[in-house]
Design a protein around this ligand. Structure first.
Ligand SMILES: [Zn+2]
Ligand SMILES: [Zn+2]
Length: 554
């Protein structure tokens, strides 16, 4: 609407309705017009529009606006740091409607001359465009996993398909995927071509397909998918070959041999056999990156990786006290129902006014509610936490006597995010030194495929966490997965504890823990090194001791 110059008042009213719809805990899809109108800010015409979405998948205003908006403009709207007003200006004044032309315009210095832009903004824009273009065609691991499961289910029903598995980067549980590869042993390829061409959501890439592979695009996600064909008795060898990173496959083993050589010797019937032939212990697919896993294998020190069942509780979560969708009680009960021993609630702090952050008097209210719930739900326990904004100078945004009232504090940067490495690192270091900081939240602020995050000196930040015994989170939201697993390895080597935190803003968000677990395992994370694998008793003691030590330092 902003892009097409609708009046500001109308735009704002839609924005505020979207906020209230997003926070509504009941599914909109089962409501009728009357019930929809009871939601704050939803009038009759909007209720009818929502109802039409339920019935027909869309509504008039949306159809009109999307018909006159080129796809390239929608892609430009996703550029981090650039809102619709700026994109509209570029579109109108320079008639640019796609990323490629926008990049050329930046390089030709045409953007800086536009009103309200200038040199600095042009540089930022060029960086954002280059970032976006470099990740084109990639999808997040969560989407790749879901899509692959659906495709594999379909393929299993096709006559003549004898074996099928997801492979390559998706099987290694990489955080972003391109292409999604599936290995297939099939007697009848024509049937598989038919499966692709009959599905409206797939577009076969005839030019790049051949007898050994079929390439196509999954339109809703613009995802590249690749079917790789093999013979039934060659399946395990090819599964191993396509799964492994080349650095794993071609690393020098004993006697200068490599897995590539071993695979040529015979057709294996399991991957375990392949490692046996190499005289090495088994290595799970997510570790096969050719980084550290072969040294572990050679020294027989492959760690026993953390598993879902090791996780005893869920820390870093939001409720309706700040910008969450579910009430504190709903969040707690669902966590308990999932079999966890504890929940750490950490709503936004007062600086995060956009997220309804907690002023001091509301913290008191929340703590009273937690006390009541803890009696009701015992032995399950809710820990009193906060996600405290790290301010510009690195301080947390409450006075010490307020910080003292929490069991734990997640310290995170939310804004401003535009910083150079030195500024960002110093800001984090100051927060880490604060004795009340328990966990460092999403250390780089990145959103995979969307926003690079601010640059930090990883070594300095991790070293400080080790020194001040601050836990680092792997924010398990599939768009964040921050701290990156490559740096998690360094943190583990320094003895830093890692917490797998879903940053759930609704009960369903708990299930994102799985994605954090996957990348933690890529770094070799064990249960012992995982903060939320501690039992309720262990964690209670930890928080108590930590607070005692904090109080002695202030
Ligand atoms: Zn946050
Ligand atoms: Zn959060």
């Amino acid at each position: 609407m902003e892009l097409h110059g609708e009046n500001d008042f109308k735009v704002k009213s839609y924005q505020s309705v979207v906020n209230s719809l997003e926070r509504h805990s009941k599914s909109l899809s089962v409501m009728d017009v009357e019930e929809l109108q009871k939601i704050e800010g939803v009038g009759k015409s909007l209720a009818q529009s929502i109802y039409r979405i339920n019935e027909q998948g869309s509504f008039e205003l949306y159809d009109d606006l999307s018909a006159k908006t080129p796809d390239g403009i929608l892609e430009m709207m996703q550029l981090s740091g650039f809102g619709p007003k700026k994109i509209k200006l570029i579109w109108e004044k320079l008639e640019i409607d796609n990323l490629e032309d926008l990049l050329i315009a930046c390089k030709e210095n045409k953007i800086a001359a536009l009103k309200g832009f200038g040199n600095k903004t042009q540089i930022k824009l060029q960086e954002a465009v280059e970032y976006k273009l470099s990740w084109r065609g990639y999808i997040h691991f969560r989407e790749a996993k879901k899509l692959s499961e659906k495709i594999i289910e379909d393929l299993k029903t096709i006559e003549g398909v004898t074996k099928v598995s997801v492979t390559s980067a998706t099987r290694r549980k990489m955080e972003v995927i391109k292409p999604l590869e599936i290995l297939i042993a099939a007697e009848n390829k024509a049937k598989i071509i038919q499966y692709i061409t009959k599905n409206e959501e797939y577009v076969l890439d005839k030019k790049n397909s051949g007898p050994l592979s079929l390439k196509f695009t999954y339109k809703p996600l613009k995802a590249e998918v690749n079917f790789v064909f093999t013979a039934k008795d060659q399946f395990i060898n090819d599964l191993f070959k396509t799964t492994s990173h080349p650095n794993h496959l071609n690393a020098s083993l004993a006697n200068g041999e490599t897995f590539s050589h071993i695979l040529k010797e015979k057709q294996f019937t399991s991957e375990e056999e392949i490692y046996k032939a190499a005289n090495l212990p088994f290595i799970v697919p997510e570790l096969r990156e050719g980084l550290w896993e072969l040294d572990w294998a050679k020294n027989n020190t492959v760690p026993k990786l953390v598993e879902m069942s090791d996780l005893k509780g869920i820390l870093h979560n939001h409720s309706t006290y700040s910008d969450g969708k579910n009430s504190l009680e709903e969040m707690a009960k669902y966590c308990k129902d999932l079999g966890y021993e504890y929940l750490g609630i950490s709503d936004h702090s007062k600086t995060a006014s956009y997220a309804n952050g907690l002023q001091e008097f509301r913290i008191k209210k929340q703590h009273e509610e937690i006390d009541v719930l803890n009696e009701k739900l015992a032995p399950f326990k809710i820990f009193k936490g906060i996600e405290s904004d790290i301010l510009n100078d690195g301080s947390l945004d409450y006075a010490n006597d307020v910080l003292e009232s929490f069991d734990f504090v997640v310290a995170s940067i939310h804004s401003p995010l535009s910083m150079d490495e030195k500024t960002a690192t110093n800001r984090l270091l100051n927060a880490i030194v604060n004795p009340f900081t328990t966990i460092l939240g999403h250390p780089t602020g990145r959103l995979l495929l969307q926003r690079k995050g601010y640059p930090i000196n990883h070594k300095a930040v991790i070293d400080a966490c080790a020194q001040y015994e601050v836990v680092i989170e792997i924010n398990a939201h599939p768009w964040r997965l921050d701290l990156d697993w490559r740096h998690v390895r360094y943190a583990l080597d320094k003895g830093v504890q890692i917490s797998i935190n879903p940053d759930a803003h609704e009960t369903n968000g708990y299930h994102d823990m799985f994605y954090g677990l996957c990348v933690g395992r890529k770094a070799g994370l064990t249960a012992n090194e995982t903060f939320n694998a501690k039992s309720l008793e262990e964690l209670s003691k930890y928080f108590k001791d930590r607070k005692k030590s904090a109080l002695s330092k202030i």
